[in-house]
Design a protein around this ligand. Structure first.
Ligand code: PMM
Length: 285
């Protein structure tokens, strides 16, 4: 199988929008909504209508504290949805930490493997991805959800995330993944508190220096709810932090992100167009 670069339809020069379909009962913001196969497929098609360039299908919640699902359960959740969306011509990515799921997903039509563990959770993953030739999102990750909060300890978060991602890149390249396949992701909220997340966003240019496209997944994450907390400290619920997600999308796109992973596609698709117009104008002056 040859490499399948995920390009913006029409070749437009802008950040891509990845819409999220969590086929799970327990994801943080949309757990249970698309757990039913038909609902998940319908939602994926809606996201494309709203402007998603690709649809990220996941069968395992990574919310802090979440327990893992079995391989069989994960396959049963994601493969029929991926096959159906691919049959409709939708560019699909699979959100998985398991090599077996990645392999089956690519066979079912997935064009990108989104591995939040960057190959750490399943040592077979880089070899399997190398064999498929599809794009590979290597996210910064320090451990599974059940105890990732205890790993949110850094002296200089941007430098450490950069170094740890760089090591992952060396490893996946040594396993046969090509440079063209790799996309990096700082992993907002994964072993990172709010302060770490903001530092990492501000440090996107240092991460971009590694020379790979960047994916940013800020959508509806708790650090946004905390920023927008009531005066008494009650965090804003995730379903009222979508405007903050939009702001991050515009800023990340302007900072050069290759792709944003979001739940609310329509307004984010508009935001990346705004950022692209701003950048184009800047380049022409
Ligand atoms: N975040 C979640 C799940 N998958 N994948 C990538 N590449 N980056 C992320 O930041 C990311 C991800 C968790 O979010 P959700 O459960 O709200 O979808």
């Amino acid at each position: 199988m040859t490499s399948v670069p995920i390009n913006v339809p029409g070749g437009a020069d802008r950040c891509l929008v990845m819409g999220v379909v969590n086929v799970t009962p327990d994801s943080f913001s949309d757990g249970g909504l698309w757990f039913d196969e038909a609902a998940a497929i319908r939602h994926g098609l809606e996201l494309v209508q709203e402007g998603a360039d690709l649809v990220d299908v996941g069968g395992e919640s990574t919310r802090p504290g979440a327990a893992r699902v079995s391989l069989e359960e994960e396959l049963a959740r994601v493969i029929p949805v991926i096959r159906a969306l691919d049959a409709e011509g939708v560019p699909v990515s699979v959100d998985t930490m398991r090599a077996e799921v990645a392999k089956a997903a690519v066979e079912a039509g997935a064009r990108l493997v989104n591995d939040v563990s960057g190959g750490l959770a399943d040592p077979e993953m880089p070899r399997v991805v190398a064999a498929t030739g599809v794009r590979y999102v290597v996210m910064h990750w320090r451990g599974h959800s059940h105890d990732m909060e205890t790993r949110a300890v850094y002296t200089d978060v941007v430098t450490e995330v950069r170094e740890e991602l760089s090591k992952r890149v060396d490893l996946v390249l040594a396993e046969g993944v090509t440079e063209e396949q790799i996309v990096l992701d700082p992993g907002l909220g994964f072993a990172k508190n709010a302060e770490h997340n903001w530092a990492v966003l501000a440090g996107l240019p240092q991460l971009a220096d590694l020379g790979y496209p960047l994916l940013v997944g800020a959508s509806r994450k708790r650090f946004l709810g905390r920023l927008l907390a009531d005066p008494d400290g009650t965090p804003r619920p995730f379903d009222r932090s979508d405007d903050a997600t939009l702001a991050v999308t515009a800023l990340a796109a302007h900072a050069g992100a290759w792709c944003v992973r979001v739940h609310e596609v329509g307004p984010n698709a508009d935001a990346v167009r705004v950022a692209a117009a701003w950048k184009r104008a800047g380049a022409n002056t």
